[in-house]
Ligand binder design. Structure first.
Ligand code: DLL
Length: 449
């Protein structure tokens, strides 16, 4: 059973809702946000000219850069007194991408998250161990609101604390785990070492997302925990988790809450709108947000849409699981970052050059990141010379300096992005140079699908 009636209505009624909300949103933005109004004027569109859903194509796209350019609040449409919550994601320059929510926005978020929880089979009888991070990240609070709305009891764990997660899972009898898939696999590995058999616990449902994961990873999670894991997708700019979700009955694609987030698929190179079934970049228009409504936001996520009826009864348009991104954003253990953030750190440090490579791998269940950085010629020449004819004290000093560089880079990266990486210094000239766009990432993780 779906949570709300909009999930099962017929196409004509859905289009009516979407058009009404789209018209309202465009008029609202035009009237209240000078920066956005300028863009609409430049595109030659007036709110009263949006007469059908197809007219959405006349609206300009919005990008992450556009939000960043208006940091922190200039793209907000609601006034400050109506904003009741902020969230943010990390940005390429260290400045986050900020989102503001009004009370109504929180209500919409709670509603779409209640739909996602219901879709996964969560009810008021469940104990939801919420492992998504609480804080600026939207995963923790968004899931918290939705799970409470369906009447479940939330255990607000946030991320990390593996041992404690396992202890409370056992002691409280958690029935639902909400987490990034990779962290869940990490918990499983740690539990196995402690002799825990998760299949003997009361767990039965997983509501997982925030990063790409494959069908084989799902199978492995299902088996390891004795649960049915459902996918959930979302992004902070649009609302957070709850943009789309899988139903536990079918688990083959995600139902998009299209009465709030209007989807299109475009060719990322030309911007041309593609038909259902064609793969391209997902573009979302928020048709109910008040804090920071976004028109035709380019998510950079690649998927395809379909209108196939689902046996669960939901009529919402479906999207396939996300199979990649059009930019170089990396998602490691649920944390998003761009290689350029690492570059900005390297550039500030002496003795290393801006030639670097981010190597991502998944040797077990967790993603691991190694940042390889070339040392400068000067450093190399001095260390090399010392090694051949220097005194013991000089050699030890060089080694100490190299160690210090590694420690400093590790600390700066952890401070900026929040994840622990391995840093390796390599000799000058050893990172492959490319003639065109520099290749900064060597992603060795198994491909999703
Ligand atoms: O990750 C919101 C979220 C929290 C979704 C909890 C699901 C569960 P951001 O940190 O802004 O928001 O990251 C958004 O993460 O553009 C995708 O590239 C990726 N992403 C999110 N969910 C999925 C998923 C949250 N289910 C970015 N599958 C998005 C693949 C996902 N990628």
């Amino acid at each position: 059973m779906a949570w709300s009636k909009e999930e099962t209505i017929n196409r004509d009624d859905m289009r009516r809702i979407q058009l009404g909300r789209l018209q309202k949103t465009v008029a609202y933005i035009y009237g209240k946000n000078p920066a956005y109004r300028k863009r609409l004027e430049k595109a030659g569109v007036k709110p009263e000219e949006i007469k059908s859903l197809d007219d959405i194509r006349r609206l300009p796209f919005t990008t992450k850069q556009h939000i960043r350019d208006h940091y922190p609040f200039k793209l907000f449409t609601a006034s400050q007194e109506d904003i009741i919550e902020f969230h943010a994601t990390s940005g390429t320059t260290g400045k986050p991408v900020v989102v503001g929510y009004t009370r109504n926005d929180i209500e919409v978020w709670t509603e779409v998250m209640a739909r996602a929880c219901t879709g996964a089979g969560i009810t008021k009888n469940d104990i939801v161990q919420n492992i998504y991070g609480y804080g600026l990240f939207t995963g923790g609070l968004g899931t918290h609101y939705g799970a409470q709305r369906v009447g479940a009891a939330v255990l607000p764990m946030s991320g990390g604390n593996t041992q404690r997660q396992i202890m409370l899972m056992q002691d409280f009898g958690s029935t639902v785990l909400t987490s990034t898939p990779s962290f869940l696999m990490h918990i499983h590995g740690a539990g196995r070492e402690m002799g825990v058999d998760f299949r003997k616990l009361k767990l039965r449902v997983g509501l997982l997302g925030a990063e790409p994961w494959s069908e084989s990873m799902r199978q492995s999670i299902d088996e390891s925990f004795g649960i049915k894991a459902c996918d959930m997708y979302g992004l902070s700019e649009i609302i957070g988790p709850g943009v789309s979700f899988e139903c536990h009955e079918v688990r083959k694609g995600l139902h998009i809450n299209e009465d709030w987030f209007y989807p299109e698929i475009i060719d990322p190179d030309t911007g041309k709108v593609l038909r259902h079934g064609e793969e391209g970049e997902l573009v979302l228009t928020t048709v109910g947000n008040e804090g920071q409504p976004l028109l035709r936001y380019r998510t950079r996520d690649i998927t395809r849409l379909s209108q196939e009826p689902c046996i669960c009864g939901r009529t919402l348009v479906m999207m396939e699981r996300i199979c990649g991104r059009t930019d170089d954003m990396l998602i490691i253990r649920g944390v998003n970052f761009f290689p350029s953030q690492i570059e900005s750190i390297i550039l500030q440090r002496k003795g290393v050059s801006p030639h670097y490579m981010v190597v991502v791998d998944r040797p077990g269940s967790m993603d691991e990141v190694e940042v390889r950085v070339e040392v400068t010629d000067d450093f190399m020449t001095k260390a090399g010379a010392d090694l051949i004819s220097g005194s013991e004290a000089e050699i030890l000093k060089d080694v100490e300096m190299a160690k210090q560089k590694v420690q400093n880079l590790k600390r700066d990266i952890k401070d900026m992005i929040g994840i622990t990486v391995k840093v390796s210094l390599v000799p000058p000239g050893t990172i492959p140079r490319s003639e065109g766009k520099a290749k900064r990432v060597d992603d060795r993780r198994p491909k999703v699908r």
